[in-house]
Design a binder for this molecule. Structure first.
Ligand code: MG
Length: 216
């Protein structure tokens, strides 16, 4: 049976942590204050991300989208997306950042993405306002909740997770197949959860085809 692929965005589909860079550019003072506290866990991701985004003036939003348009993609991503399309395997983007940023970066290729789950932003007031349908106790976007809801719609297709960071961890522990790099790989090693290490999507394509051979 064909799997369904859940893929993180920042630092996974993109080569860099684009979201953090954007915050540092458009809300530098708050970023300097809050980002270190999020890293040392004295401020939750949920409060931190909301306070940071809501300190950005709405008039900067078009410029943020313009920057995201030129964010470099990790090697082999578009080819992987193309493979999945040929095989009618859905790819779902799950981001702890803003859905519009994913759409801006992927441009026309977004038509080959099944769906995007993340934060929604309202720009009508002087400052951005953030909305999430996926809040949990500690996170603004709970990836395990998204997997549960989106996964149910996909019936029994086994979920595959691709990610790089702490926000992917809980979801990764619930998935039978995980591709991991950077911090996520280290966390999974510590927890003795099996995963396939990767640095680019060329490696993922190769391993993916071996794991899920094309039906003949
Ligand atoms: Mg990431």
């Amino acid at each position: 049976m064909n799997p369904v692929v859940f893929c993180d965005f920042d630092g996974t589909i993109t080569r860099e942590e684009t979201f953090v860079e954007l915050l540092r550019t458009f809300t530098p003072e708050m970023s300097e204050k809050l980002i270190p506290r999020m890293y040392d866990l004295t401020l939750s991701l949920k409060d931190g991300v909301r306070r940071l985004l809501e300190s950005v003036e709405s008039r900067h939003y078009p410029e943020m989208l313009a920057r995201m348009k030129s964010a470099p993609l990790r090697e082999g991503f578009l080819e992987f997306l193309d493979d999945l399309k040929t095989r009618t395997i859905p790819l779902i983007v799950v981001t702890g950042g803003v859905e519009d940023f994913v759409r801006a970066t992927l441009g026309a290729s977004i038509r080959d993405v099944h769906s995007v789950y993340g934060l929604k932003v309202n720009t009508e007031g002087p400052f951005l306002r953030v909305f999430s349908e996926w809040e949990s106790g500690t996170e603004l976007v709970s990836k395990p909740r998204i997997l549960e809801v989106a996964g149910k719609k996909m019936c029994a297709n086994p979920p595959v997770l691709i990610g790089d960071s702490v926000t992917d961890l809980e979801a990764a522990l619930a998935c039978p197949v995980v591709f991991a790099r950077d911090r996520l790989a280290r966390y999974l090693t510590d927890r003795k959860k099996a995963y396939v290490p990767f640095e680019d999507f060329t490696e993922i394509r190769k391993a993916f085809t071996e794991m899920f051979p094309v039906d003949v």
